[in-house]
Design a protein. Structure first.
Length: 206
């Protein structure tokens, strides 16, 4: 095997081990929360040597940050795919919004972890920063999609923030109500109202 091939194999192995550790941590966090989780438990669940979680992540907090990154990257990839598609602008807006809501509800395999991260953000500046970056990126995506959908507003940024707040509200209520309603139907009704010409300054563009 050439030096380049060996280097690529090591890189791939490292990436796989990082993912093993991340998924093990998510499994533990989903069952009993992140606060009591130890790095030794993560190593055991990942079937790796004791020190490897520290080797790859450095600390439990950095492991938490990497878990948020993994969640964010999944949404980013799917939203980018939607935005690059040849789709009607309003349908694109609905698809982008559903991508975010579904990631927090029906497609979310670890809702307990997300709730815990939001709680941690109140006292952990780095976690707050990571979650804030997701918020800013989502608002930017919504603003871009609103513009493509010819939705006019005196305050486009405020309109995007208002819609983002509605998406978070739908996801939060779904979790708090213990899945007592269909988030996709509620989102559809929300967007029907948001896209109503009566609520748009200047109406649809021509």
């Amino acid at each position: 095997m050439s030096p380049t091939a060996r280097g690529n194999a090591r890189t791939l192995s490292a990436a796989r081990r990082r993912m093993q550790i991340l998924h093990a941590a998510m499994g533990i966090g989903s069952k009993r929360g992140l606060a009591s989780m130890t790095m030794d438990e993560v190593a055991q669940a990942a079937k790796l040597s004791k020190g490897l979680p520290f080797y790859y992540f450095g600390s439990k907090q950095k492991l938490h940050l990497a878990m948020i990154d993994l969640f964010s990257e999944g949404i980013s990839d799917r939203v980018a795919s939607i935005q690059q598609s040849d789709t009607d602008p309003q349908d694109m807006l609905r698809a982008v919004c559903w991508e975010f809501v579904s990631a927090l509800t029906v497609r979310c395999t670890h809702p307990r972890i997300l709730i815990e991260f939001w709680s941690m953000a109140l006292r952990d500046r780095e976690i707050a920063g990571k979650l804030g970056s997701i918020r800013e990126r989502m608002i930017e995506w919504i603003a871009q999609t609103l513009e493509h959908a010819s939705v006019r507003s005196k305050e486009p940024g405020a309109a995007a923030q208002a819609l983002y707040a509605a998406l978070v509200g739908i996801a939060s209520q779904w979790v708090l109500s213990k899945k007592a309603f269909d988030p996709q139907s509620v989102l559809a009704a929300t967007l029907d109202g948001f896209l109503s010409p009566a609520l748009q300054t200047g109406g649809r563009g021509t």
